[in-house]
Design a protein around this ligand. Structure first.
Ligand code: UT7
Length: 362
């Protein structure tokens, strides 16, 4: 029997309404920075910031719902997920995981649901797991979501090293069984980690290593810290190497890549990886300028944006790379999906007894 392929068949997004420009962020957080520096050194002009009522789970549920609507439109019939994987570094609670509540909100009670924690590499990790579950014949329709609210949970708004970089949002893909040559088909994957550099990106306190409230915990140690320069160098090297690995196992050369979608952390990093691989600028896609770094959400948001703007033909040879704290990284090759992305604001999904959507996923 032929091994089933995993096929991306629905794309959904959810973004907070509030867009904040560099100059507004600098003014409201009293940052010693300037608009030009941020734009030139990172490629970021603005980011969406969640309000205090919007959780990661709210964004994840709305993006998940949008992905199911997108999949139903393409298939001409509702497709019900049989497992939910939520990639996030900013769950609603430290316990329990956020994915079961997201599944419940989508009318998927009884379906297994778990969080995947791999920081900004979370989406490539979760997608790799979903692909493995399909090819092993264990599940047929994983819903993979990347969702984050860094600005309200991890970021010290007065720390210019990190506050300028991150934005909030969620992106989701529904994956189904299919064949390897159809649009949306995932082909090969490459994953890696190096915990020897765990300290380069870290929230020092609040875990079991240094619980909150212990006497030696400083006031900002529950916030995200990053050694930007060292992370930058790792990001370029690890994503380039991972991309070369996955291209090799796919049997493609960098010249074959028609669309390149990288984790949206810094335009200089994306361009450095693209240059090292030999993928020309016109084939590099993303929305870093408008959304900043949305961590585990950045790749599905960039994928959906590229599809919405119809910049890439369905079926085109596509390369995805991710990188983040851990350190953790990964890459996928795939055929660009055919699904038309749908988007939902985070609160439009409340209350969860929205009958239209519940009908759509049964
Ligand atoms: O998503 C997870 C993975 N994360 C990443 O991949 C992020 C990787 N790192 C980066 O994107 C970059 O390292 C940053 C954007 C964080 C920093 O850019 P950089 O070009 O590496 O800056 P730098 O740290 O080397 O600093 C260069 C200069 C310094 O001034 P001097 O020493 O040259 O006078 C900094 O003090 O820029 C200064 N600087 C700033 N100036 C204005 C650093 N941050 C800022 C700022 N505004 N926000």
């Amino acid at each position: 029997m032929r091994t089933p392929a995993a096929v991306l068949c629905g794309l959904g997004t959810s973004l907070p309404e509030h867009s904040v420009s560099n100059s507004r962020l600098i003014a409201q957080n009293h940052l010693d920075s300037d608009d030009r520096w941020i734009l030139e050194r990172t490629g970021i002009a603005a980011r969406r910031l969640a309000d205090s009522r919007t959780s990661t789970g709210d964004l994840a549920r709305a993006a998940g719902r949008a992905a199911l609507e997108s999949a139903a439109e393409l298939a001409g019939a509702p497709l019900r997920p049989d497992i939910v994987l939520l990639a996030t570094t900013t769950p609603d609670h430290r316990c329990p995981a956020t994915a079961p509540e997201v599944a419940h909100g989508l009318g998927l009670d009884g379906v297994p649901a778990l969080d995947v924690s791999a920081a900004c590499a979370g989406f490539v990790y979760a997608t790799a797991c979903a692909q493995a579950l399909i090819t092993a014949g264990l599940y047929e329709r994983p819903l993979v979501i990347g969702a984050e609210t860094y600005s309200t949970t991890l970021i010290d708004p007065h720390d210019r090293d990190t506050a300028i970089l991150f934005g909030d949002g969620a992106g989701a893909v529904l994956i189904r069984t299919g064949t390897p040559d159809e649009p949306g088909a995932l082909i090969a994957q490459d994953l890696g980690s190096d915990g020897g550099h765990a300290g380069l990106i870290q929230v020092p306190a609040g875990g079991s290593r240094r619980p909150l409230g212990t006497p030696d915990t400083g006031p900002h140690e529950h916030c995200f810290r990053m050694n930007g320069r060292a992370v930058y160098a790792h990001a370029v090297r690890r994503m380039t190497d991972s991309a070369l690995n996955v291209l090799k196992s796919t049997g493609w050369s960098p010249d074959d890549v028609e669309a390149f979608i990288s984790h949206q952390a810094n335009q200089r990093i994306i361009d450095a990886v693209g240059e090292r691989l030999g993928v020309p600028p016109a084939r590099r896609h993303g929305n870093l300028r408008e959304l900043g770094n949305t961590a585990a959400a950045s790749i599905p948001l960039a994928l959906a944006d590229t599809a919405t703007r119809q910049l890439v033909e369905p079926g085109a040879r596509t390369l995805i790379t991710g990188f983040g704290g851990g350190l953790a990284w990964g890459a996928h090759t795939l055929r660009f999906p055919e699904a038309r992305p749908r988007s939902r604001p985070p609160h439009a999904s409340l209350p969860h007894t929205d009958t239209d959507t519940e009908k759509a996923i049964r």
